[in-house]
Design a protein around this ligand. Sequence first.
Ligand code: NI
Length: 177
Amino acid sequence: MTHIREIAQLGNPVLRHPAEIVTDIDSSETQELIRVLQDTLASTQGVGIAAPQISVSRQIIIIASRPSTRYPHAPLMTPTVMINPRFKALSDDKEKDWEGCLSIPGIRALVPRYKNILITYTDTNGLLIETCLEGFVARIFQHEFDHLEGKVYLDNVVDNRDIFSESEYFKFIAQTN
Ligand code: NI
């Protein structure tokens, strides 16, 4: 049985609320929420999801980089559930690259993000994990982390000319690859 939930769209106030810390990882409610997030993400072409996107204001994200028509150059990784994630930049280096969001369909934009970050999170078994991320996977993490703070990626765009319709983005990407 799959558990797919509707994705909250930009303008829905739930995307603008800071999410609450999760303290009951073992509870059936939290484990069910994780299953719903996993199934909902798997039903899309997305590479990450945050609980507020299914209208649950709790600090859980999934990072699931994989090549797809939405992100043809994404590295393949095992989808990873991260509870109460935190990060710090390992250097001030940022780079601009393309992002999209399941809550903002039809749009892509260039967003500056830290290239190398140190992250901590609690896994689904309650273990505290610390690891480093770089490049596109670090980008996905920072995008999903924003959702937990009530932000969306468009808030980080530095120039409105960096915002493209998805159809123009695909034309542009086809030309440059
Ligand atoms: Ni998003």
